[in-house]
Write a protein that binds this ligand. Structure first.
Ligand SMILES: [Fe+2]
Ligand SMILES: [Fe+2]
Length: 204
């Protein structure tokens, strides 16, 4: 296949459900607002996942690791909270759902054991990392337009957070994620749920 002819072809192994942009996708301010909305919702969900996991696993050896990752998610969330206010973005109307679903996923996976909690982290972080990469791809052309400065700030934030999410994934892998019972089923279910949440939070 001619790679140059398919610029949206993702790196091997990321298994996208769609390319970063499609003809007819929103551009400009609408698009940026949508990005910030879904990112704020996602970081809210992520913060709640770790809070749920910690509620169950607070006395286990992995608690320190969970706390460290939870603290970073709080920084991510606070950053998008600020951007939502500064740029007048409408937050996701489903925020209460992301909060509840995140906590339930965190606590539920932790009840299955530390490894299941780690497997959940790997699945969520892989989807989020891929989502952030798509946003970076979509932002590249926006940087040439009028609000290039603001968009460059968003781009830098997303790039930094994406690196953090990759570290979270790697830490979870180092801590036995793949040894979780029914790893593939758990992983695929969490990924499907996370992708659906992203799709909804972009729109609602
Ligand atoms: Fe995050
Ligand atoms: Fe994360």
């Amino acid at each position: 296949m001619d790679i140059a002819a398919t610029p949206n072809t993702p790196p091997k192994g990321t298994a996208p459900s769609r390319p970063a942009t499609l003809p007819g996708d929103r551009r400009g301010k609408d698009n940026i607002g949508r990005m910030i909305r879904v990112d704020q919702a996602g970081e809210l969900g992520a913060a709640e996942i770790y809070r749920g996991q910690l509620a169950v696993l607070k006395n286990q050896p992995c608690a320190d690791l969970l706390k460290k990752m939870a603290e970073q998610e709080q920084v991510h969330l606070a950053t998008f909270d600020e951007m939502v206010v500064e740029r007048g973005v409408r937050p996701s109307a489903l925020s209460p759902l992301w909060r509840a679903a995140g906590f339930a996923l965190g606590a539920g996976s932790a009840l299955l054991g530390e490894r299941a909690a780690m497997a959940t982290t790997v699945a969520v972080e892989e989807v989020i990392e891929d989502h952030y990469q798509r946003q970076l791809d979509a932002l590249a052309p926006e940087l040439n337009e009028e609000s290039a400065g603001e968009n460059a700030e968003l781009q830098a934030v997303i790039a930094e957070f994406r690196e953090d999410e990759l570290k979270h994934r790697d830490l979870a892998l180092e801590n036995g994620a793949e040894e979780a019972p029914a790893y593939q089923i758990l992983s695929q279910s969490v990924k499907a749920g996370t992708r659906l949440a992203i799709w909804l939070a972009e729109r609602i």
